[in-house]
Design a protein around this ligand. Structure first.
Ligand SMILES: *Cc1c(COP(=O)(O)O)cnc(C)c1O
Length: 363
């Protein structure tokens, strides 16, 4: 007699409680939920990328070293190709870092922040430890150092500019952490092209620093999944042990190179996004009952006095998708990505209406 099949009895501890990352698709909405580049993809670049899809690029396995792309990234970031590793989005790199260094250890996460650090910690069998940021969302460096000195602390994640709060850590703060800990310090700079200080200057002095970046945000390539990290070659050699050999497909490797060639076209879009961020910020300030937080990235965190779920739903009913945060750390908080003027205006108008409606229902 066999015992009845019970799927949950086969799942290891940690994975049983994990809630999978849910990314719903809502066709036809104004999409301000994922911090993507909202502008039309430059036609010339799109044509060049389209021409790539032929011959060996399709029929042969990709270059597992991504040599040409790594050379292009190195030139762009101001490092050597040996200091670069590419991934299927930086999401894959987060997982690979944790599979290499995190499993059975403690991972310190400066909350509130990007949710994938915790999710991938659980996937990798590591223990995520929240280290709360201060009320202004800056990193509590002394607390972080204190946690880092406890046994089995292996990896620290600092997102800068931080998603979803929009503030950046200073170079001094990052360096202060690096000076005082011997864990791996991962600084996620997915939004660096919009603001915050570049940490590359610290790379040669601190062998425990890992910088993560992506093509998904400023460079408008979220659909092709290209992320990269900059680190000491000794660290990358260890991570290579867990990396899938063909993790980044040939088409994405080639497309990312083209995007870097045309980076001046994207610079112009980034300038426009920064301009729109200021207008969106002003617009939020002008709506009664909204508290918005300063941002150096391409999204803005804000709060109302109503439940975030009600505001989120109200906006969705008007065809506008933003990000709902909530939870014990960010009660009533929401995040909106900076869109084009044609997207930001209807969002602001809809938000004002939804708030008015919610106010009436309270009376
Ligand atoms: C969007 C985002 C990423 C994910 O980037 P991909 O390269 O698309 O996987 C990483 N970190 C932060 C903080 C992000 O907001």
């Amino acid at each position: 007699m066999r015992a009845p099949f019970a799927v949950t009895s086969l799942i290891r501890e940690g994975l049983d409680k994990l809630i999978p990352y849910d990314a719903h698709l809502y066709p036809g909405v104004i999409k301000l939920d994922a911090n993507e580049n909202p502008y039309p993809f430059p036609e010339e670049v799109s044509r060049r990328i389209g021409q790539l899809a032929a011959g060996d690029l399709l029929s042969r396995y990709p270059d597992s070293e991504a040599s040409e792309l790594r050379r292009a990234i190195a030139a762009y970031a101001g490092v050597t190709p040996e200091q670069v590793m590419v991934g299927n989005g930086s999401d894959e790199l987060i997982l690979n870092i944790l599979l290499t260094f995190g499993t059975e250890g403690r991972v310190l996460i400066t909350n509130p922040t990007f949710s994938m650090y915790k999710i991938h910690s659980l996937v990798a069998g590591a223990r995520p430890i929240p280290v709360p940021r201060r009320s202004d969302f800056s990193v509590d460096v002394p607390a972080l150092v204190c946690y880092a000195r406890q046994p089995e602390s292996r990896v620290i994640f600092i997102c800068s500019p931080n998603n979803p709060t929009g503030n950046a850590s200073t170079l001094e703060e990052i360096e202060s952490v690096l000076q005082q800990v011997s864990c791996l310090v991962v600084v996620d700079q997915a939004y660096l092209e919009f603001g915050g200080e570049d940490c590359v200057s610290l790379l040669n002095r601190y062998p425990n620093l890992v910088i993560m970046r992506t093509f998904s945000k400023a460079f408008a390539l979220a659909g092709l999944r290209v992320g990269y990290m900059l680190a000491n070659p000794d660290v990358l050699r260890q991570i290579k042990k867990v990396k899938q050999p063909f993790n980044l497909n040939s088409f994405s490797q080639a497309a990312a190179r083209v995007v870097l060639e045309y980076r001046d076209l994207f610079r112009k879009q980034i300038q426009d996004i920064l301009q729109q961020r200021e207008e969106l910020w002003q617009g939020l300030q002008n709506i009664e009952g909204v508290t918005a937080y300063p941002s150096v990235a391409n999204y803005i965190l804000f709060r109302t006095n109503h439940e975030s779920k009600a505001i989120y739903q109200g906006l969705l009913e008007k065809g506008i998708l933003i990000r709902r945060l909530g939870g014990p750390e960010l009660p009533g908080f929401l995040r909106v990505s900076v869109g084009t003027p044609e997207e930001n205006r209807p969002f602001l108008q809809a938000l004002a209406e939804v708030l008015k409606q919610a106010g009436r229902e309270l009376q």
